[in-house]
Design a protein. Sequence first.
Length: 95
Amino acid sequence: MTVPRPAEWVPCRSYGSELEAHIAAAVLDAAGIPAVIRGNDIAGLFGAGFQLGSARGVLLLVPGPALAAARSVLARPRPPADEDDEPGPAARASA
């Protein structure tokens, strides 16, 4: 897919933190849908806007023609964890 010009990018969803927006962009990328994020108070890779809430929100933008597909991909429920997956530290501590 050819990367669209900036004027052709449209808002898909808004997130409370840059971290959430990056996860959604990665999900779309895995589905073959390009995405970019935009926010007024994003403060670098590990700044306050990355992990904490953003006062103005963070927009996830996609190419206009891919908007419906992007929303469909993001609306899919996540698959359950495999039983063979190793539990995280909190689960190991309580076992």
